[in-house]
Design a binder for this molecule. Sequence first.
Ligand code: ADP
Ligand code: ADP
Ligand code: MG
Length: 444
Amino acid sequence: MQRVLVANRGEIAVRIFRACRELGLTSIAVYPPVDQGAPHLDFADEVFELNTRKGYLDRAAILETAKEAKADAIHPGYGFLAENADFARECQEAGLIFVGPPADAIEAMGIKTTARRLMEEAGVPVVPGCPVLADAEEAKEWANRIGYPVLCKASAGGGGRGIRTARNEVELVDLFSEAKEEAELAFGSGDVYLEKYLVNPRHVEIQVLADDHGNVIHLGERECSIQRRRQKLIEESPSVVVDESLRQRMGEAAVRAAEAVGYRNAGTVECLLDADRNFYFLEMNTRIQVEHPITEMTTGVDLVKEQLRIAQGKPISIAQEDVAWTGWAFEFRINAEDPDRDFRPTPGKVTGLRVPNGPWTRVDTAMVEGSMVSPFFDSLMGKLVVWGRDRDEAIARSKRALSEFSIAGVKSTIPVMLKVLDTEEFRTGAFDVDFLERWLAKQG
Ligand code: ADP
Ligand code: ADP
Ligand code: MG
């Protein structure tokens, strides 16, 4: 494996190019015509245009370009084709290494209801819920058993979409057929099911790595409870509510989860924690995640390099007993959105840019002054990642770095993040997945 094509754009493409360069691999960037001149292209060794009108989701165009570019491997990043089992299979059939898990593992974890069943069989606690529902009648029966409120979720859902709440039977019947239709449209499958709506849970997830030599390890937790519309905005590692014993129990469960589906490469087991710190499996993301850098900061393990090494057939470079966690890290997602206008996307030209740096301050972005934020792709412009010896130091450093960050031409999430950092709840860590929405509602 010498030549790695990255089927992605933006900050994650740049992140992968960097890992390739450090490993002495040739990086290949691609772009569909609609993304001509995109800033990530400047960071790769070679650049190829995709012959497509469908963008980064055109599997045939990407495979064709991989052939033309003489690539040995394809790294999908996150989003786009990262969790597409057909694509992983097609790569293999074309003689290309897919830098990710085997297609079967993607498939097993890609459908939430299948994943939940497999996890129960593997002895991993799952959020109480039910299998795929045939009709509204069955939904009513299950909801009575589970107890209201319930969440109706699309089995194939993701990205915080396709999740609805029902507080009672009337609401459930009302939303049921709409939820099915929407799921069919958005995810290509109308399958929906119910989960118990946990009250004020925290989102805590475990990073795992697995190689071809039978090693499966975990790298501890990330807390991702600061969310808006069920999408993460600020993440931290470790979590204020996870102690050594819980970390070990969650870590072992995550390793069991990975083993149960024959997992390889990097993956994340997402869990919810209730008020008594019981944890429940939510889903597994079978790819590198947006928030992976906070784990890198606290463990010193370069997760993208590990992904590439594992794809080359090498063993994970660290053993479980050697994984040690130091200090505290935060990540802030810098989105091109206007917090004063309901986080409406604000594409356009970045006319001015000052990126923070200084001690223990990392910014992952493709953006430079003059870059265009495209209206056709998601609004993540970059990520600020900060490390401190303890949580208080990391918070102070985050405020310092966020206040240095200035972006002209498009609105960003920076001002609202600075305000969140000043709340009592954030400062003390006393928050849950609904905190940010409650707080935003109060701001008017
Ligand atoms: P992470 O858990 O890595 O933070 P996110 O849930 O924020 O992941 O998703 C990362 C990217 O992938 C986002 O751009 C999100 O919109 C996209 N994404 C995730 N799952 C899906 C899906 N099933 N369908 C479409 N886009 C998805
Ligand atoms: P996605 O695939 O879209 O990422 P997830 O199942 O991972 O969906 O859930 C996304 C978020 O929705 C969680 O982080 C949490 O905030 C909320 N959520 C999901 N399931 C539940 C639940 N059963 N009870 C309460 N909140 C939930
Ligand atoms: Mg999720």
